[in-house]
Design a protein around this ligand. Structure first.
Ligand SMILES: [Zn+2]
Length: 279
């Protein structure tokens, strides 16, 4: 039995599966409980769980959480701690890496990129069937690509990350900066006649095009999947269709398919694939 978990800046979603069969699922606010505490509570309750598979919105390597910009971490060495106390295997991987594995399987596509705009800006890439992780699991950290100086400090400590312009947390910074209502969505910002609202909206799109263009130029995927609470958006997809060739190497755009994610929760789906993908 596998306990799959997807934890991001806002929510912790979980599901228990026995093979393909879903037995239980739920959702909590991620600030309410630490990941390690949650896992231990679930393992106390359900003794038949033998695998815990976690999709994590942060940088992880060999079962250790290296950094987590939007999550309060209650235990960094999570694999060692849980495996020491319980007879289970714990697998943990970056959430966008999980998402792109699920998309690769869903579309039966082995060279594919998943670009997500949610609390943060993230990218996952599978190339010729292999996940691109880098030496320390930091590859494809697109959100922290140097872009333009801003008046804010990113969760990584720099003030020039592209995520500061193109993400939910970035939008929140800018709305506060200009004294705008924090509840304004991208659509409302677009329709607003206020100059500051227009400015945020335009800066978001410019950064989004740069981010997508860089992903396509560097990785030349067959498909680019848009996901995340903000990124899974037909208007953004059309914007890429229209303008991506001026932000990316044009040949890389020519045969590129740009689609919105069809999976309800690609990261959680990907967590359940970790056993197949990982050693
Ligand atoms: Zn950053």
């Amino acid at each position: 039995m596998t306990l799959g978990i997807d934890i991001g800046g806002s929510y912790l979603r979980y599901e228990i599966r026995d093979g393909e069969r879903s037995l239980q699922h739920g959702i909590l606010k991620s600030r309410e409980i630490g990941l390690c505490t949650f896992i231990k509570e679930m393992l106390q309750e359900e003794k038949a769980i033998d695998t815990v598979a976690v999709s994590y919105a942060g940088q992880v390597q060999n079962g250790t959480i290296l950094s987590a910009p939007h999550i309060d971490v209650d235990e960094r060495g999570i694999k060692a701690t849980v495996e020491r106390d319980y007879d289970v295997e714990l697998l943990i991987e970056n959430d966008l890496n999980c998402a792109v594995m699920a998309e690769a399987q869903h579309y039966d596509c082995d060279t594919i990129a998943a670009l997500s705009v949610g609390t943060g800006l993230g990218l996952g890439v599978v190339d010729s069937g292999r996940l691109i992780r880098g030496e320390e699991g930091m590859a494809t950290e697109l959100g922290h690509m140097p872009y333009m100086e801003s008046p804010f400090v990113c969760s990584c400590g720099k003030n020039n990350c592209i995520e500061l312009y193109c993400s939910g947390s970035g939008l929140a910074h800018w709305k506060k900066h200009y004294g705008l209502d924090p509840a304004l969505t991208l659509e409302i910002l677009e329709q607003s006649s206020q100059r500051e609202a227009q400015k945020i909206y335009e800066a978001f799109h410019e950064a989004f095009l740069h981010a997508a263009g860089t992903a396509v130029t560097l990785f030349n995927p067959q498909m680019l999947i848009l996901g995340g609470g903000i990124g899974k958006n037909e208007a953004l997809r059309l914007k890429l269709e229209e303008k991506l060739d001026t932000y990316a190497f044009p040949l890389g755009v020519k045969n590129l398919k740009i689609v919105l994610s069809e999976l309800e929760n690609a990261s959680l789906e990907g967590a359940f694939l970790l056993k197949e993908y990982h050693v």
